[in-house]
Design a protein around this ligand. Structure first.
Ligand code: IVH
Length: 670
């Protein structure tokens, strides 16, 4: 292929891929299969490699990330990023509208939109291509996070259509959909890590990741709501939104009522009332409604105050708040030793439920709000699941009140607490001696996703622990009928059921056992990977840090934690007892389908049309091959799916390792 041909082909493929990406993510209406999309993407990747000078920073191949930014550059905004005036009552909105009418000639048309609860972003396009994406910062200057924003699939890298100015900026909000947020937290919970507080903060944290491929994996989304350029080719805000839709941006859906033109205050109030109810059903969070004057001419007339436009206002939904008394402050110790301060409250009704307790988060939060026992506090149920204390009504503070002093030792076992550098949470380091942590670990062991022992829920674990019958999870398998019968709520039948449940758990597969023993950072997914790679508990125990890191998706932090776990004789003794009791300590090796890949080592990268990522690895192993996580001279093939990481591609090329497609792989195994 000549250079000219390659350049042309790269451009064609880029347009084609951008179009399909748009249909898939923005329109939710794909017209080709994922497989065909991946084929096109691979073709483009290969061409870009062969002809790197034609590889654009806005290539669809950049959607998967890979660029690392150590320090985000500070950029001055061309148009200051102002904020909106907030109002919390409909009266405020009515007043605002009345004021506007007095200040403006003629009728006013309004546009009502959702107030997306995410992170504000300004994206500059030059000659139809994304040039820069900058955070709000202090409104005057923000941080350049372009490589991270490129990975957000609903943000176009290259515009379609015509009529856009040579240079313009589009403003909007980057959000983390609830489903992506819940998924991340489920993974953290399973790994015993503290949960993220809400989607907004998590989106903000994600956008600041140095490694853009991490950003790509998180499922961020965007909504765009403002157009800025030197010569604006529109007469109204609404017109600009529609035009942006035509250029490939994700704009609010009018049919879903995400945006509506209103002619009167009544229509505005209807819009507010509708979303105050319906917002809970959205797949993402909004914290209010934004009302804007539609006509740009009228906007100009109205102008700005020092910090916000007069032509727009935000109506913020009330997070329901009540005030009540802090009766005491208690501390909870989690399974991993994390300490959570909790306010015991005088019971109060909030958003339909009686609230007796609220999280105080950590020592910093108590200090910041100066929360004391005996205070009357404001409790709010916002985006978070657990109600939180948001402020103190100092006017009601008793004269005898004293500052609350955060505990220094574990309330359960008296061990001195520690606080790791850069973390807000205190920990009890007495991991294997602190009763609450032990009970928590046993309850984790018996839980449904781990050993799934029926009849051994949290309460029963507590009962058996307090009765001195179990001190560790291994003791479960020594329980005798005659020990259990004398206990409360333990009739013959329930004892029989419990013992049967324990017996049955001996058949639970090895990967679940591995998850159950509660090695820090070994969640369900990691346990599966370890089981598949190492096959037996003995192999994992014997593995060095380096050997562990060789396994698929096992990083330094996890490897270190596993090594530390098996370096403790007490832990090893417990695991040995489980083994002696007859638990599954080896992965069941299924009969191989063929020997076609015997002696071959493959590295898998990207996503596939006919297999899940785990599925394709399983398929390699079932055909006699070995899966490695990183490319080396020993690698025979790199099996490349869509979104193959650019660093892997480079390495494979450098080492001369053959890259095969999914189709070639399928042909190989027949
Ligand atoms: S318009 C001059 N529209 O709310 C400001 N903002 O304080 C024009 N936001 O920082 C902003 N949804 O990040 C506008 N539909 C929407 C919005 C929205 C969320 C955010 C934005 C801004 C903050 C206002």
């Amino acid at each position: 292929m000549t250079e000219a041909e390659a350049q042309k082909e790269i451009l064609t493929l880029t347009d084609e891929l951008n179009h399909h990406n748009y249909l898939y993510y923005v329109k939710a209406h794909p017209v080709i299969s994922d497989y065909d999309f991946d084929q096109l993407l691979n073709k483009l990747k290969k061409l870009e490699e062969q002809f790197p000078k034609f590889a654009s920073p806005n290539s669809p191949t950049k959607r998967v990330g890979g660029d690392i930014t150590k320090n985000f550059a500070t950029v001055k905004h061309k148009y200051p990023m102002l904020s909106l005036d907030n109002s919390y009552s409909k009266e405020d909105i009515i007043d605002w509208e009345t004021r506007l009418k007095k200040m403006t000639d003629g009728d006013i048309e309004y546009v009502c939109e959702l107030k997306y609860d995410g992170v504000a972003i300004g994206i500059t396009y030059i000659n139809g291509e994304m040039a820069r994406a900058v955070t709000r910062g202090d409104g005057e200057e923000g941080e350049d996070i372009t490589p991270n924003v490129r990975t957000i699939k609903t943000v176009p890298l290259k515009l379609t259509g015509t009529g856009y100015p040579q240079e313009f900026e589009i403003r909007g909000e980057i959000i983390l959909p609830r489903a992506s947020f819940d998924k991340m937290n489920a993974e953290r919970e399973a790994a015993g890590e503290p949960l993220y507080a809400n989607p907004r903060n998590t989106a903000a944290g994600t956008l600041k990741q140095q490694d853009s491929s991490k950003v790509a994996s998180r499922g961020l989304d965007s909504f765009l709501y403002g157009f800025y350029s030197e010569k604006v080719p529109f007469k109204s805000h609404y017109e600009s939104v529609i035009a942006c839709g035509g250029w490939g941006f994700k704009i609010p859906d009018e049919k879903k009522k995400y945006i509506t033109k209103c002619k009167s205050i009544d229509e505005i109030i209807d819009f507010i009332n509708y979303w105050d109810e319906e917002r809970r059903k959205l797949g993402f969070e909004i914290d209010g409604i934004v009302i804007k004057v539609n006509s740009y001419l009228q906007q100009q007339d109205l102008g700005f105050t020092s910090k916000s436009p007069r032509w727009a206002i935000a109506y913020k939904f009330k997070a329901e708040t009540v005030s009540t008394l802090v009766e005491s402050i208690a501390y909870q110790v989690g399974r991993t030793g994390a300490i959570t301060p909790v306010a015991n409250l005088k019971p109060v009704l909030l958003a339909g439920t009686t609230v007796k307790r609220a999280s105080l988060h950590n020592a910093d939060q108590i200090e910041k709000l100066d929360i004391r026992v005996g205070d009357t506090v404001f409790v709010e149920k916002g985006g978070e699941i657990i109600p939180k204390v948001v402020g103190v009504d100092v006017s009601k503070r008793p004269s005898t009140s004293v500052k609350h002093i955060y505990i220094e030792v574990c309330p359960e076992c008296g061990t001195g607490l520690i606080r790791k550098e850069g973390e807000a949470v205190h920990y009890c380091p007495n991991e294997w001696g602190c009763a609450v942590q032990l009970k928590g670990k046993i309850a984790h062991f018996t839980s449904r996703r781990a050993m799934d022992i029926e009849g051994l829920g949290e309460e029963t674990v507590e009962q058996l622990f307090d009765a001195g019958l179990i001190k560790t999870y291994a003791d479960i398998y020594d329980l005798k009928k005659e020990q259990l019968l004398p206990l409360e709520r333990m009739a013959e039948k329930s004892v029989n059921n419990l013992l049967a449940g324990i017996e049955k758990s001996k058949q639970v597969p090895f990967e679940s056992v591995l998850f159950a023993i509660g090695i820090r950072y070994v969640g369900e997914t990691v346990a599966k990977k370890l089981a598949r790679h190492f096959k037996t508990i003995d192999a994992i125990k014997a593995a060095s840090f380096e050997t562990l890191c060789e396994a698929d998706e096992i990083g330094d932090k996890i490897a270190q934690s596993i090594v530390a776990f098996f370096a403790q004789p007490d832990q090893v003794a417990l695991v040995d007892r489980l083994k002696a009791a007859g638990l599954q300590m080896e992965a069941v090796i299924e009969q191989n389908l063929s020997d076609k890949l015997k002696g071959l080592t493959l590295v898998v990268s990207g996503t596939f049309a006919n297999f899940s990522r785990d599925g394709i690895k399983e398929s390699i192993e079932k055909n006699g091959g070995k899966v490695a996580s990183s490319i080396s001279k020993k690698t025979n093939y790199v099996l490349a799916g869509a979104d193959m990481g650019p660093s892997k591609l480079q390495k494979a090329t450098d080492l001369g390792v053959k890259i095969i497609s999914e189709q070639e792989y399928i042909e190989m195994i027949g």
